[in-house]
Design a protein around this ligand. Structure first.
Ligand code: G3P
Ligand code: MG
Length: 249
């Protein structure tokens, strides 16, 4: 097994920040997670048309802002003019789209861990995103507080080419565990695989654990339905509502 960073794997990761309580992928959502006692957040990263890295999930801004354009049609200034909080509730009116740079600064201030998803939406270039993002996150966060994941094997391979396993933990994202997972994990010296919680099977989790691969599940919000998976060998749950998976108090 390759050496990996000494990550204290979190049991609960807040999906897109505490997205049940605050607009997803915003500074406010990360602050809400911190206030609730959550130690790690999952966030999506993409590039604006001018190459500025931003924390955003969709390929356009229709669902989560007062605008409607494709992300690629925005530059830093036009993105900053959007309101990305009012769609969620009036309490978050005036929230601005988070640039990666300011999000990394906040995570350091709060001493939080980050699962950063390299989000390759339709028509986007996995290499351009990866090569722009990886140096910036490696410069900002220590390897013990960072896991970079993606559904895109080319993005993960490009990330691995930029940093060895001991300097950067990589997570293979998949809805269902692919048959060729040993090959795909080996190719990127994966630290973890991140699977849709609904489709994970006890037998394949055992095989992953035997291979020394940490298993995380997304996006689960019902701790009772999720519960058997802890015994099957899942280490972490990525949840919109992380506190429901945390001990009371
Ligand atoms: O990283 C887990 C999860 O975020 C993947 O799906 O669509 O919520 O980014 P999505
Ligand atoms: Mg994501």
């Amino acid at each position: 097994l390759p050496a990996h960073p000494a990550i204290s794997v979190p049991r609960v990761i807040a999906h897109r920040g505490y997205s049940a309580r605050a607009p997803e992928n915003t500074l406010a959502a990360v602050r809400a997670a911190h206030q609730a006692g959550v130690r790690w957040v999952e966030l999506d990263v993409q590039l604006l048309g001018d190459g500025t890295p931003v924390i955003w999930h969709d390929r356009d801004v229709k669902r989560c802002s007062n605008g409607s354009s494709a992300l690629a049609a925005l530059d830093r200034e036009s993105a900053q003019r959007l309101d990305v909080g009012a769609w969620f509730s009036a309490a978050f009116q005036g929230e601005r789209m988070a640039r990666l740079e300011e999000m990394l600064a906040l995570l350091n201030t709060l001493n939080m861990g980050l699962n950063l998803e390299l989000k390759i939406n339709k028509g986007h270039d996995p290499l351009a995103l990866t090569q722009r993002i990886i140096p910036e996150v490696l410069a900002a966060l220590p390897p013990e507080r960072l896991i970079v994941s993606s559904f895109s094997q080319p993005a993960l391979a490009a990330a691995r080419a930029m940093a060895p396993p001991q300097a950067l933990a990589l997570g293979l994202l998949a809805k269902r565990l692919p048959c060729d997972w040993p090959h795909r994990c080996n190719a990127i010296s994966a630290f973890s695989v991140h699977l849709d919680w609904r489709y994970v099977k006890a037998a394949s989790l055992a095989a992953l654990n035997r291979a020394g691969v940490t298993v995380m599940c997304y996006t689960a919000n019902d701790p009772v339905a999720f519960a058997p998976r802890w015994q099957w060998g899942v280490s972490s749950v990525i949840s919109d509502n992380p506190t429901v998976f945390m001990p009371p108090g």
